[in-house]
Design a protein around this ligand. Structure first.
Ligand code: CAO
Length: 448
């Protein structure tokens, strides 16, 4: 094993370029020719491939940095220091096959670097096969993002940027789902068609929100959205527009559950694991998913099928200073409450410390958004498509509940279940929610 530094290759004439994408996550394995980073000058974008096979130790630059030829960009651990061509400061990176040079595409046809025919170029293996979560550190392939897992070459990315098209909304028709220029064309034509047909009768098309010069009314500051904020905005918008949402409400009586949970405090301290209501709710969701498999489905992209999942991974929204993250608790159905509690604590800490890996955020079947520690009587969560449903949980409150003879003070947990009405009917939702209420109200069910 040796450490090799990958440097900025020949830039086709540009003196400096901006780093616009880091294509991998720390620790990712990388093959020769896998893209490491995307650079952009005012005239061109460039996917820089790895000259080595190995593992990414770390990037030596960050998105937004400006770099010049020869600057170090990444540190790789390689099994053999044999490379396609070692990129030296004064030497351009080359790929093994003559027809696969560094992918450079001129924005204004002024860069002399070779241009790849993206549509015919062999596509590298996609890095992530899983569908999107609400937000991930790397952009997932079906999302409105333009990052590592969007499968498109530089000229397609440039075209999308120029036309204001979010690549995550475009379905790729190239090899292995690669987005090609025709896909962008088709997407734009569709968008134009639907806005042309926009009228109050059909309801199609979305009227634009008018741009306002806020500075006319007082002091303002224009702040750049973080990558996660942008990704969340795109994903929420996409899910809101694509999914016909219905939200179903109910309250669970968690008086006994809370007494039981509090009785576990000492054991929790000795185990070093804090149990909150969230662990019980995740367990209840896992059991309800197994009893109501309709909620563990996703529509297939062909529109003619659905995919029934036989595994049970639950996404959990985590509020972090950098934005919303949704790590996934895997195989929640096979885990006990202590194990789930340890996962909740571990994943929430990682999310807040910015240490989640892409895999931590993939493979979710259903999501939980708990605002219980923050407050509120209720809210309507947005489905994390292509999942079928999401449970929103608010703060529990002591309420007078009629027991047939008298009002009793009971601790009630308000819940809201949003679901994709293309997959789930109201009756399915009623059964699913009633199961959750049953499991949380009588914790004996949770151990059965
Ligand atoms: N009602 C009342 N109290 C609750 C509760 C509820 N539904 N859920 C949790 N609590 C209490 C816990 O009992 C705990 O208090 P004690 O230590 O006294 O027992 C405290 O709140 C813990 O809160 P926490 O936030 O540290 O831990 P958690 O397990 O409840 O939640 C997590 C973990 C990651 C879900 C949460 O921290 C979080 O980030 N929530 C925000 C999710 C979000 O942003 N959703 C919106 C998404 S769409 O914009």
């Amino acid at each position: 094993m040796a450490i090799e530094i990958v440097r900025v290759p020949d830039l086709g004439g540009a003196e400096t370029v901006d780093v616009i994408e880091l294509s991998l996550a720390q620790g990712d394995n990388i093959a020769i020719e896998d893209f490491l980073i995307v650079l952009e000058s005012d005239k061109a974008t460039m996917d820089v491939p790895s000259p080595y096979e190995g593992q990414l130790v770390k990037y030596l630059v960050a998105e937004g940095d400006t770099v010049k030829v020869g600057d170090p960009i990444a540190e790789l651990e390689v099994s053999s220091s044999e490379s396609v061509t070692k990129p030296e400061a004064d030497e351009p990176v080359t790929k093994p096959q003559a027809e696969e040079p560094v992918q450079i595409e001129a924005a204004e046809s002024q860069v002399e670097a070779p241009v790849v025919d993206e549509e015919s170029a062999p596509a590298p293996e996609p890095k992530v096969a899983e569908p999107a979560n609400i937000a991930t550190e790397v952009e997932p392939s079906q999302d409105g993002a333009t990052g590592a897992d969007i499968y498109a070459g530089p000229s397609v990315r440039l075209m999308a940027r120029e036309l204001g098209v979010s690549l995550g909304s475009v379905v790729g028709s190239g090899p292995r789902g690669r987005i090609i220029k025709d896909d962008i064309d088709a997407y734009v034509k569709d968008a134009l068609k639907s806005s042309a047909g926009n009228n109050l009768v059909t309801g199609s098309g979305i009227p634009a929100i008018p741009a306002v010069d806020f500075s006319r009314f007082g002091a303002v500051d224009t702040v750049k959205l973080s990558k996660i904020q942008k990704l969340t905005a795109t994903n929420m918008h996409r899910n809101w527009l694509n999914v016909p949402h219905v939200t179903h409400f109910d309250d669970a009586d968690i008086t006994d559950l809370e007494d039981f949970r509090k009785s576990l405090k000492a054991e929790g301290e000795s185990r070093g694991t804090r149990i909150t209501p969230v662990s019980f709710i995740i367990k209840a969701i896992a059991m309800a998913l197994s009893a109501n498999p309709v909620f563990n489905r996703s529509l297939a992209p062909d529109g003619d099928h659905y995919i029934q999942k036989a595994y049970c991974n639950i996404g959990m929204a985590v509020d972090t200073p950098r934005g919303l993250m949704v790590p996934v608790i895997s195989n929640a159905d096979g885990k006990g409450i202590w194990e789930i509690a340890a996962d909740v604590a571990d994943l929430a800490t990682k999310a807040r410390d910015g240490k989640l890996m892409p895999l931590d955020m993939q493979g979710g079947c259903f999501s939980l958004s708990s605002l219980g520690a923050i407050g509120g009587n209720g809210f309507t969560p947005i489905v994390n498509a292509p999942e079928a449903g999401i449970l929103g949980v608010s703060k529990s409150q002591m309420k007078p509940v009629w027991n047939g003879d008298t009002f009793e003070p009971r601790l009630m947990l308000p819940m809201a279940l949003s679901y994709d009405h293309r997959l789930v009917n109201g009756g399915d939702a009623g059964r699913f929610m009633s199961d959750i209420v049953k499991f949380l109200s009588d914790i004996r069910h949770l151990v059965l």
